[in-house]
Design a protein. Structure first.
Length: 333
């Protein structure tokens, strides 16, 4: 019975990916037979899970939308991660997610075991989340989830897109095979194969409107290099809207990577004095973000490669900050 229960729970976990699984695929994953898979599917249906069957070539099993979930079972670290993520989302830049995050946080807390619920309540009531950077463009929550579902289900997607003024491209309708959503800095990007241009393209999600999934399903293509995140970073590095800078930071590379490794390439190097340093390479379309990221390292840094226009803008920002700090009207201590 224990083996049957374990196998059934594993089957449920696979079906909750909401993709279409053939009986053979499920049997291979569960290390059992197709006949046993069919019996386990019937057992899930008896428990109230809406498992749909698709007959014929290319058919299989899929969990229909609306399937109820078993009681939430998480450990202490997972509980803290859930609460922390939902609190952060409540202050994020995705429009419509704040209220939903608060509701979800309340529901998650209710189904936690008593001991973990006390810890989660403590984290929720005794921590402060800074509001998101107002310069980050808001992303419609419906667009975010629509695109994510199209990526997951390998469904053709159409949308209206308004590229940046410096990109050289014209606004218009796009028809794509979406592959992955990739966060870079404070923005989300969609990596997709553009069916009209017959090539891979990277789309900024806040410039995307009226995302509509189509009926056509497709077999996901392999992005050049095999790494979607690396491809997006490389495409942004060569994009016209991007500023590229390199700076040497007087700090250990690992500590720098932990702070900004998500948005930058960090490599160990040595300073003139032989001390460990980090070479940071960043691409961003907002000079203020580059200054914020490097300034937040709490370490000295110096640019070894920076565009002249960006250098002038950063010097202007620095001059304004200096005037504010050292204004003659400021009371002297």
């Amino acid at each position: 019975m224990a083996d049957t229960t374990t196998r059934t729970l594993k089957l449920l976990a696979l079906l909750q990916a909401h993709r279409l699984w053939s009986a053979l695929e499920l049997a291979d994953r569960l290390e059992t037979t197709e006949r046993t898979v069919r019996r386990d599917v019937e057992r899930l249906r008896e428990l109230g899970y809406p498992v749909e069957s698709v007959r014929g070539t290319g058919g299989g099993y899929q969990l229909a939308p609306g399937g109820s979930l078993p009681p939430l079972v998480v450990d202490e670290e997972e509980a803290v991660a859930i609460v922390s993520a939902l609190r952060t989302a409540a202050y994020g830049s995705a429009a419509g997610l704040a209220e939903a995050s608060v509701r979800a946080l309340a529901k998650v807390t209710q189904v936690l075991p008593p001991r973990l619920r006390k810890r989660a309540d403590a984290l929720r009531s005794m921590s402060v989340v800074m509001p998101g950077d107002q310069q980050a463009p808001p992303i419609d929550a419906e667009t975010l989830t629509t695109v994510a579902l199209a990526c997951r289900d390998a469904t053709e997607l159409t949308f209206a897109y308004a590229p940046g003024a410096r990109s050289g491209s014209s606004p218009g309708a796009r028809r794509v095979e979406p592959l992955r959503l990739v966060p870079v800095g404070r923005r989300w990007y969609l990596l997709a194969y553009d069916l009209d241009r017959q090539d891979w393209r990277t789309f900024r999600l806040d410039r995307l409107r009226d995302a509509t999934p189509q009926k056509r399903r497709f077999a996901p293509r392999t992005v050049p290099g095999g790494d979607p995140a690396a491809y997006v970073h490389a495409s942004l590095r060569h994009g016209r809207d991007q500023h590229s800078v390199r700076a040497v930071v007087d700090a250990d590379a690992e500590s720098v990577r932990q702070k900004i490794g998500r948005w930058a390439q960090v490599e160990p190097t040595e300073s003139d004095g032989g001390r460990p340093s980090a070479l940071v390479t960043m691409q961003a379309d907002d000079p203020g973000w580059i200054a914020l990221a490097l300034g937040g390292l709490d370490a000295d840094y110096r640019f070894v490669e920076i565009p002249d226009a960006l250098l002038r803008e950063l010097r202007g920002r620095n001059a304004r900050e200096a005037r504010a700090l050292y204004s003659p009207d400021r009371p002297q201590e």
